[in-house]
Write a protein that binds this ligand. Structure first.
Ligand code: MN
Length: 449
């Protein structure tokens, strides 16, 4: 099961899939539904105005479906699997061709969404982009947002990481950089592409290990780049050596608008699509965006904290913290300093992290109310607070110094002090009989407040 289609079929079978039959516009209408149902079932927009041949897929992954995509039952197994794939990347098989038909190279045929009122224009948000160094020795795969200007041109946001470095290498030789863009791939391929590995390690190799050696690649025709053979849409293009354009604003993981910057232009050479193609849209600032970006960092935090304390039950880069800036960590501690060591390890594992709360294993770290309760009943600021001034944080946080990236980091040890009587800190419980359990099930779900 290595294609988006197989994954969708499996979600549909499990009832974790919602078809929307109403015809909707790519401008705001689809994104408004995506936002209202953020984190819920997979959404399939069956009728897209002006793009009858495409279906738009959204909400592809929430936390549960990400575990499903990795073929694991619990989050710690997912962290382990991701870490193992980073340590043992494996070479994917290359096949001659994919299931595509070549179409006119016109981006306006694709159902690219305009998500928010202040966005610069329609943005492709799920593009898995691959490229190679001029000598072909290094392959890099990463996810970038693409602002569509017209049928043949886009602007790409390039932070100074690996694709940027490949672009620089091509520029030094006076060349454009050929890129392969895949839209509509298995979630594990996206996750591998957002997982930090050293320059020189191909994220396709990480994806192949995550997919148990099942990933297959196809060589592009016009450029020296490869794409997953099961992708729904493939764009071959050139990252122009010398042409730039204003890129932004677009909503980032914080849910606020990112700045406008001069960024490289991508010229489209060829477009290939599958029969009845699915276009995958990721809502900027939505849960899926935060999960794909944050989950690999969560795994890093889990690994680092596991090395300094006896047992880490779970790590949550919380939705309220944009899936990036806040972590809640549940640990089993042996000695009272453990929680503070966990705080320091978490900050070093994920440099963008700003606030960390460490709790005992009886606290459900996916429930913000429980985490707050732990702070209310188990935390004393004069003893349990760690403040680190003037460290590098994330410029995605508008309150950080935007010039220097400096920020103040805070850790809270909200675990019960070991010397105290544990009973005074326990959550009170009410015994539930079988009859009452059934009654409660009949009464159904409810909301507080
Ligand atoms: Mn890379």
């Amino acid at each position: 099961m290595v294609s988006l289609r197989d994954f969708l079929a499996s979600c549909r079978k499990e009832g974790d899939f919602l078809s929307i039959e109403e015809e909707l516009s790519t401008e705001y209408e689809i994104s408004a539904v995506m936002r209202a149902l953020d984190g819920g079932p997979v959404l399939c927009f069956e009728k897209v105005r002006g793009h009858e041949d495409f279906k738009v897929i959204a909400n592809l992954c929430n936390r549960r479906r990400l575990l499903k995509a990795l073929g694991v039952k619990d989050v710690v197994s997912a962290y382990r699997k991701l870490m193992e794939a980073k340590e043992k990347p494996s070479e994917p098989e290359v096949v001659d061709s994919g299931p595509w038909e070549e179409v006119e190279p016109d981006l306006t045929r694709l159902p690219v969404l305009k998500h928010y009122e202040g966005d610069a224009g329609p943005y492709i948000t799920s593009a898995v982009i691959s490229a190679k160094s001029p000598d072909g020795s290094v392959e890099n795969v990463s996810v970038h947002r693409l602002l569509v200007f017209d049928g043949r041109k886009m602007a790409i946001r390039l932070v100074p990481r690996h694709l940027y470095r490949l672009w620089q290498m091509a520029r030094e030789e006076g060349h454009d950089l050929g890129i392969g863009i895949a839209i509509g791939v298995h979630p594990a391929v996206i996750l591998a592409s957002t997982t930090p590995v050293p320059f020189g390690v191909s994220e396709f190799y990480v994806a192949n290990t995550l997919l148990n050696g099942q990933l297959k690649l196809v060589e592009c025709e016009e450029v020296d780049a490869r794409v997953p053979s099961e992708a729904e849409i493939v764009i071959e293009g050139r990252l122009k050596a010398y042409e730039t354009a204003p890129e932004g604003p677009l909503v980032d993981i914080t849910g606020t608008y990112d700045a406008v910057r001069q960024q490289p232009v991508v010229e489209v050479l060829k477009i290939w699509i599958r029969e009845e193609p699915y276009y995958h849209a990721i809502l900027p600032g939505g849960l899926e965006h935060r999960l794909f970006m944050g989950f690999p960092r969560e795994a890093e935090v889990w690994k680092a904290v596991s090395q300094v304390v006896p047992s880490v039950k779970a790590v949550n880069l919380t939705p309220g913290g944009c899936g990036w800036l806040h972590a809640a960590i549940a640990i089993e501690k042996n000695v009272d300093g453990d929680a503070k060591n966990a705080i320091l390890a978490a900050f070093s594992a994920h440099p963008s992290l700003k606030h960390v709360v460490v709790v005992d294993p009886d606290i459900d770290i996916y429930d913000p109310e429980q985490v707050e309760w732990a702070i209310a009943t188990r935390f004393q600021a004069d003893e349990d607070l760690v403040v680190i001034r003037n460290v590098r944080g994330s410029t995605l946080d508008p309150s950080a110094d935007q010039e220097t990236g400096l920020t103040t980091k805070v850790g809270l040890d909200a675990t019960v002090p070991l010397g105290r009587d544990r009973k005074a800190f326990e959550k009170a419980s009410i015994p539930v009989s079988q009859e009452v359990r059934e009654l409660l099930r009949r009464l159904g779900p409810w909301r507080k407040g």
